[in-house]
Write a protein that binds this ligand. Structure first.
Ligand code: CA
Ligand code: CA
Ligand code: CA
Length: 143
C-alpha cells in the first residue's frame, strides 16, 4: 500500500483523456474523495494525509525530513504542472501549499512528524474550503 497515492495520481495524469473536460478542482477531488460522494470531508483529508505521509516517509521513521521532502515537493510540482492550467491554478496552489514543510513543521524543528502532518489537516481544510460549508467540492475551486 505504500507509495501508491502520488504514483497513482501521477499515472492518472499521464492519460490525456482524463485531463479533458474537468471542472476546477476535479483532479483534487478525484484524489481525495474517499467515499466518492463528490465532497472531500475532513475525515477524507485526514485519512489521505496519513497515506501521503507514508508514501514519502521513505525510511519509515515517522518523520518527513528535508531530504524526503525533496521528493515530495517534486511530485507535487509535477502534479501542478500537469493539472494547474485548467482554471484551477489557485485551488491547486492552495492544495500544494498545505503540503509544504513550512506549513506542516509546527514546532519549527526542520522536519515534519506524522503528528504534525495530521494535526494540520483541519487548517488545510480551512484553506481549501473557501465557501466554509465544511467540505471541499468543485465549488471551492475556480473563481
Ligand atoms: Ca522519514
Ligand atoms: Ca517538526
Ligand atoms: Ca466547501
Amino acid at each position: 500500500m505504500k507509495r501508491t497515492f502520488w504514483t497513482l495520481a501521477l499515472v492518472s495524469l499521464v492519460s490525456p483523456a482524463l485531463a479533458e473536460n474537468q471542472q476546477p478542482g476535479a483532479h483534487f477531488i478525484e484524489n481525495w474523495d474517499l467515499d466518492g460522494d463528490g465532497a472531500v470531508s475532513l475525515e477524507d483529508i485526514t485519512t489521505r494525509r496519513g497515506d501521503v505521509f507514508l508514501t514519502f516517509d521513505a525510511d519509515e521513521n515517522g518523520v518527513l525530513d528535508a531530504e524526503e521532502y525533496v521528493f515530495f515537493d517534486e511530485a507535487r510540482a509535477n502534479d501542478m504542472e500537469n493539472n494547474g492550467e485548467q482554471g484551477n491554478g489557485n485551488g491547486m496552489r492552495r492544495a500544494s501549499d498545505g503540503m509544504t514543510l513550512a506549513f506542516n513543521d509546527i514546532d519549527g524543528n526542520g522536519d515534519v512528524s506524522r503528528e504534525e502532518f495530521l494535526a494540520r489537516a483541519g487548517d488545510w481544510m480551512a484553506l481549501l474550503d473557501r465557501n466554509g460549508d465544511g467540505s471541499v467540492t468543485t465549488a471551492d475551486f475556480g473563481r
